[in-house]
Ligand binder design. Sequence first.
Ligand code: ZN
Length: 409
Amino acid sequence: MPKKIIEIDLSSSPYNNDMIHNRWHPDIPMVSMVKPGEEFIIETYDWTGGQIKNDDSAADVRDVDLSQVHFLSGPVGVVGAEPGDLLVVDLLDIGAFPSNLWGFNGFFSKKNGGGFLTEHFPLAQKSIWDISGVYTHSRHVPGVRFAGLIHPGLIGCLPSPGLLETWNSREQAIIDTNPTRVPPLANPPYAATAHMGRLTGEAKARAAATGARTVPPREHGGNCDIKDLSRGSKIYFPVYVPGAGLSVGDLHFSQGDGEITFCGAIEMAGWVHMKVELIKGGMAKYGIKNPIFKPSPITPTYNDYLIFEGISVDEQGKQHYLDVHIAYRQACLNAIEYLTKFGYSRAQAYAILGCAPVQGHISGVVDIPNACATLFLPTEIFDFDIRPNANGPIKHITGSVDIPLAQDL
Ligand code: ZN
């Protein structure tokens, strides 16, 4: 049996566990050393460290302290890893704890986090998803059930001091263009809630002052939220510090492309079984700046889709030039509108797009002035036929079940 190198206690705060951290900084000490070729298991909190509960109120999503996220397990040191190497990580398996077979999806309040469609869904809402083996379903979203494509939303290696400085300065520069924006353009370092693993005292205070927030994906990978980076995949990470310093967290049972609801996919606590190897000097050999990966041989097979198109003309009818962000938003809004014809609330439809194995594609970026994005909605996840036909849609979703909502205070 592979050794478990990081254990967590879901009944205790992640701040009490010195094998957890919530900022990126090269000074965070390795919590364990492994050798190339070695297999091991790491346990992780959900990304909020247990702030979201399995209940029927969205007050916890409204009140979440986002300065605390993400709680990551690590960093794990790899013997012999040097800057410039590639760290090869096999995600051999990932699962939820048998004592904790559920996950959550939410929409943040526009005043506390927001999300991709925050102008349309400005209040906090939450759905709970039960995990039954490889499947999931929700008491808040009837008529839909699907197999999980389990993956870490966040995985990567520690940055070098120079790379950390690059991150902090370029992100501060975008914040400075509109410092009072709600939600903010980016998140600067914030020492008050920093958890720097095994650092203490003066060294902790110094690192916490500049430790990068874990929110964006960056050159090291980090919070990429790629659903296809799932159990069974093999990832090649650039190494920036001696020992590499691999950390992982933010496990998702399933997610649609874009993680559009932001809180987020089907978020869960759980464990990751992995193996590491090294390609010495691999960054230069393969010209790698950002991670690359090979997908898993095991993925849910949903082959029939209804595909929604979106173009870069916004909700007010304004023309934008080849803007993929706006085009994907329109594809999502078109899918939501369509699903309401079967009786779903707009919030339920939004949650389905955030949680189910929905594909997002950049379909065209040259046909001026419109970018075209597409959203692939798998038809087989529904208990009923969602394809258009001459008789029109049937309202299959009836009754008063909806996703709990919390008014802003
Ligand atoms: Zn997540």
